[in-house]
Design a binder for this molecule. Structure first.
Ligand code: SAM
Length: 219
């Protein structure tokens, strides 16, 4: 399955869905065509990007089931009960949620700094129901969750690596760990490096080694 298919397969049903940074609009098309939401916002900071989704969903826009918005993050979306923010950096995702709001349900696919997203969600008292790495040419993280009465608690390692990756590791995660360890091995061969940087790389490498030792028997 490709990245978009994997994201779509984790989108729950909602009343009002918001696809923030929608670009092409494929995920909104999936929600509307499968009857998974009553109304969908397609939103992008770039009018040019939004145009692609508006063209794809022109019939639904005409029918009033799909509302296009040129906006920064959740500005312009007064309320929704499910937000998708995919294909942006983790810091940008946190910024969007801080400046806007955390809807009842969320599906987030950060391109980097996933740890910051996890920390923000847990700080907000949200519950993370899925948190894993998948592969589609590159490696991607996907976080699915909801605002619940009882929040979540994460260990430092779960913040760094993703809870499902540690509890029920996929072959993609195992491959990612091996690849990252290989990169660190090469970087550690460099002769000139600040003492602190070398220590930091060694610590990262140690963590990956511990994970590999624990996982290799399981997958
Ligand atoms: C790499 S594309 C990802 C598109 C789609 N969500 C996906 O996952 O395939 C990132 C999109 O987010 C938009 N974007 C970036 N920052 C944004 C922000 N603060 N608010 C809304 N859209 C933003 C960009 O214009 C671009 O269309």
């Amino acid at each position: 399955m490709g990245r978009i298919d994997i994201i779509c397969s984790h989108l729950p049903a909602a009343d009002v869905f918001a696809d923030v940074g929608c670009d092409h609009g494929y995920c909104t098309q999936y929600m509307l065509h499968n009857g998974l939401c009553r109304t969908a916002y397609i939103s992008d900071i770039s009018a040019e990007s939004l145009k692609k989704a508006e063209t794809l969903l022109s019939r639904e826009v005409k029918e009033g089931r799909c509302i296009p918005v040129v906006a920064d993050g959740l500005q312009g979306i007064a309320s929704c009960d499910l937000v998708l923010i995919a294909g942006m950096g983790g810091e940008e995702i946190v910024h969007i949620l801080k400046e806007g709001y955390l809807p009842q349900k969320f599906v987030l696919q950060p391109m980097k700094n996933t740890e910051k997203v996890r920390r923000y969600l847990v700080e907000q008292g949200a519950r993370i129901t899925k948190d894993f790495t998948f592969e589609d040419g590159k490696f991607y993280d996907l976080i699915v969750g909801e605002c619940a009465e009882e929040g979540d608690s994460y260990t430092d390692w779960e913040y760094k690596f993703g809870r499902d990756n540690l509890l029920s590791p996929s072959p993609a995660f195992l491959k990612w760990v091996k690849q990252e360890k290989g990169k660190l091995d090469s970087r550690l061969l460099a002769p000139a490096m600040k003492r602190e940087s070398r220590e930091e790389l060694r610590q990262k490498r140690y963590e990956l080694e511990v994970i590999l030792d624990a996982l290799e028997g399981d997958v």
